[in-house]
Design a protein around this ligand. Structure first.
Ligand code: KG4
Ligand code: ZN
Length: 351
């Protein structure tokens, strides 16, 4: 099937054309990062407005790059949650309108499920994926560990009890006067820093449960800044490297503990923080030590994008024929329940 997917849950407007749920024919992304940067984070109202502004350009680009016409598209998949309601609605109403006028099926998709299964796309640098695998979503909004049994079936093993990993990166970066999104800046500075220079805590350092907590670590950085001021030059790089090492150590330890406890060979990292070079190196080391495999999609498929929806779009569109998505709406809090085998639910209309 030739599917068109749309993602607009946060600050990226994206459309992709995917063949048979695996082959990326195009993946157009318009990032709003420069717009939100001056506010130090995503401003929901601005996000919605800029999605409205960019969605048509992104759709045109996706069709043009794929070399197809709208009439060739056989189904539509759109992020229905979780995310910012106003932002989600832009993608949802666009997908519904296109599907309705062309009488093609349209399905609402779970953003988290998209991150978790992006590695199923045909990409040269991604190894063959074997079910079940442990999927770690590490993004600005989530830090979750799942077992992915197969497409559509996931068990949530643990999640953050407070800040998401990316949120901690962004907040610490803000304290250090670094621009949004802070993860990218901290990663860059950490490359020349000493990760042992500052002794930051490794919160929830236990294999007994697979939950995370990053707010205490963030406070430890705040106390350090209150004590000694915002560092500059080499000490700034050292602080970034030390903070990054603390986050990465916990993420890698818990993700590989999950793989051991659930007897999976592959540990798949996704979400924006999966771009982090320290995480990639540490996961590769842990994989070598434990005889497992750390799998990362290329960075453009880790941050928010519409191509990552390809595998689940195909999966949920397959049984459908014409348009029946009249009731499809945004669900800002769409999530999976804990410790149960979940079949992803159809997103409900926002109330
Ligand atoms: O998946 P994503 O694009 O959006 C969400 O669904 O949240 O993730 C964005 C997050 C931001 O917090 C950003 O700081 C973080 O990913 N991020 C990074 C890196 N690149 C992006 N964090 C650490 N290192 C990076 N290289
Ligand atoms: Zn995301």
């Amino acid at each position: 099937m030739l599917a068109l997917t749309i993602e607009s849950s946060c600050d990226e407007t994206s459309a992709a054309v995917i063949e048979d749920g695996r082959r990326i024919l195009s993946n157009a992304v318009a990032s709003q990062i420069p717009i939100h940067r001056r506010y130090g984070g995503v401003v929901p109202e601005l996000a919605s407005r800029n999605h409205v502004r960019d969605i048509h350009t992104v759709l045109d680009e996706a069709l043009r790059d794929a070399g197809v016409e709208l009439a060739d598209i056989e189904g539509y998949g759109v992020t229905a949650g979780p995310g910012l309601v106003g932002a989600l609605l832009v993608g949802i109403e666009t997908a519904k309108a296109l599907a309705w006028v062309n009488d093609k099926p349209c399905v609402g998709l779970n953003h988290l499920e998209g991150h978790l299964t992006a590695v199923l796309l045909d990409v040269e640098t991604i190894p063959t994926i074997e079910f079940p695998y442990v999927g770690a979503i590490v993004s600005g909004g989530h830090t979750d560990l799942y077992v992915v049994h197969e497409l559509g079936a996931y068990t949530l093993l643990g999640r953050t009890r407070d800040d998401a990993a990316g949120e901690a990166f962004d907040k610490v970066a803000k304290m250090l006067g670094l621009p949004y999104p802070g993860g990218v800046e901290i990663d860059r500075l950490a490359a020349t820093g000493d990760p042992t220079a500052f002794d930051f805590p490794r919160p929830m350092w236990t294999r007994k449960h697979l939950d995370f907590s990053f707010s205490g670590l963030k406070t430890a950085v705040l106390y350090e800044i209150e004590r000694s001021g915002v560092p500059e030059g080499q000490p700034l790089s050292d602080l970034c490297a030390s903070f990054q090492a603390a986050v990465v150590d916990v993420l890698v330890m818990k993700a590989f503990a999950a793989a051991e406890q659930n007897d999976t060979r592959q540990v798949v990292f996704s979400g924006g923080v999966a771009c982090n070079s320290g995480l990639r190196q540490a996961a590769a080391r842990a994989a070598a030590e434990t005889g497992r495999h750390a799998v990362f999609a290329p960075p453009r498929l880790c941050t928010d994008n519409a191509a990552m929806l390809g595998p689940i779009a195909e999966f949920y569109l397959a049984p459908k024929t014409g348009f029946d998505a009249y009731e499809l709406g945004a669900n800002a809090n769409l999530h999976f329940g804990k410790n149960e085998r979940m079949v992803s639910e159809t997103p409900n209309r926002h109330r």
